[in-house]
Design a protein around this ligand. Sequence first.
Ligand SMILES: Nc1ncnc2c1ncn2[C@@H]1O[C@H](COP(=O)(O)OP(=O)(O)OP(=O)(O)O)[C@@H](O)[C@H]1O
Length: 525
Amino acid sequence: MADMTNAGEVWNQAYQLLLDQPLDLTLREVACLNDIKATNIFGTMVVLTVSSESTRTVIEKKLHTALTQTFSQVTGQPMTYVVQIDPQILTQNEGTSTSQIPVQMPQPVVQVPSVPVAAAPPTQESVINNSSAIGTRDAVISPTHSSEDITHGNTLESDVIAAPSLGMPMNTRDEVTHLNKNARFDNFVPGESNQFAKSIAFAAAERPGLEYNPLFIYGGSGLGKTHLLNAIGNQALLINPRLKVRYTNSEEFTNELVIALGNNASSRRAEMVEFNRRYRGVDILLVDDVQFIAGRDTTVEAFFNTFNELYEQGKQIVLASDVPPKNLKGLPDRLISRFSQGLSVSIDPPSHELRVAILRMKAKAQHIDIPMDVLNLIAEKVTDNVRVLEGALTRVSAMASLSNQIITKNLAEQTLKDFANSTVEITPTNIITFVAQYYKLTFEDIVGSSRTKNVAQARQVAMYLSRELTSMSLVDIGATFGGRDHSTVMHACRKISSEMQEMPETYNAVNDLTTQLKQNRTFNS
Ligand SMILES: Nc1ncnc2c1ncn2[C@@H]1O[C@H](COP(=O)(O)OP(=O)(O)OP(=O)(O)O)[C@@H](O)[C@H]1O
């Protein structure tokens, strides 16, 4: 195992392992590997520094899975990474003997699943807007940038439901089942777009392993797939508390497998027995974001075997993905045909009526007094993603509370002028970079261990934005921010959400940063 505190050592070992893998890279992409330097490690997060946006793109698009898995293998624990750009690194890399890759790479075999890539480098603009003129609305509202809904960044896991917005079922992740106990059927609002999925999910929870096995739920980001998966587990346990249920996602499954396999020969056997017990000894297995299982033969093989064993024993398997089975990329046909042999149900974007109904339920849960015309307005502004809908409700309620006004259509209109939809893809790296610049800190400050007030505040804002603007789970966000626990992230999200209702500077920071991120206009790197 590499020394966890030595970034260079971790990278060197990881690099050697990468060389042994059949990565699907062009020669130009291979050359990019020489541009990577591991400059720091914070907890379970490796900071990779590269000289250009194009290298970052290659990393995020082509090497994501290979890198996370290799880092996990080298250190013996689930790892993640962030990429920062520093043009100076080129000079520093010159002359270093390690990590120079030969330009002949192994032949393409494995398709590494891509993750969304940061958009083109933004232009330099002033980031700091400390005008705390709450009440004079124009001061906190910047020009609108509108188009489609926001696109989410790293969609690797969504095992937990909590979000920073008001009205969210806050996450309480069960230690054993990994279920979020607050995601239930009774707080999942049905509509035409999700009713069928909800009914089938309910039936699977009531009669696991019988009619709908496997059950495959697919649909776009923020439409409630994770909520339904958790609801199935919770409902099944309500009916029969003795059932063994496990919620996971492909990232977690893969990481646990890599760690079990990475142990030395003597303990590997025991680790694998434990791994198999965890996944094959259950009555209900719920697997989120199954599209990311692609990428490694060993993971696919382990997943295939797990699936078969559970299926043959009549155990319930529920899978969630952004696309239907036949559109899954990089998975062998035998697995796709297994996924297709049960029932596939879609969740479609919610109608206006459903968006209003969801908003009404969230507002009621938080005792927010909000008139019907405002609910309609929010539902008109945000169309495709319930998570974003919740964020919009948070903004309106925060603005009313800060300016000591009741919620009116006018106030909501002004507040949400800036809550524009955007096609810009927002990645954690972008968020950290933008937040660092906003607070006049460094990238490392945000992901590092400093607890000084300013740094801690900036980090919490970055965590909040990660939850609101990407579909990363609390667990993934925690890992990205220096290996912090998911409860730390949950605390940060709650704190910032509540501060937004009371402190103009927090509201302004979140608001300004959201606008800048969605328009991708700020840092020059
Ligand atoms: N019909 C609904 N009723 C109540 N809340 C909902 C509904 N649909 C979605 N939500 C809420 O919206 C948020 C996002 O949902 P969820 O995380 O389940 O989406 P997802 O489809 O898994 O997204 P992703 O693919 O990005 O992980 C959650 O807070 C969830 O509780």
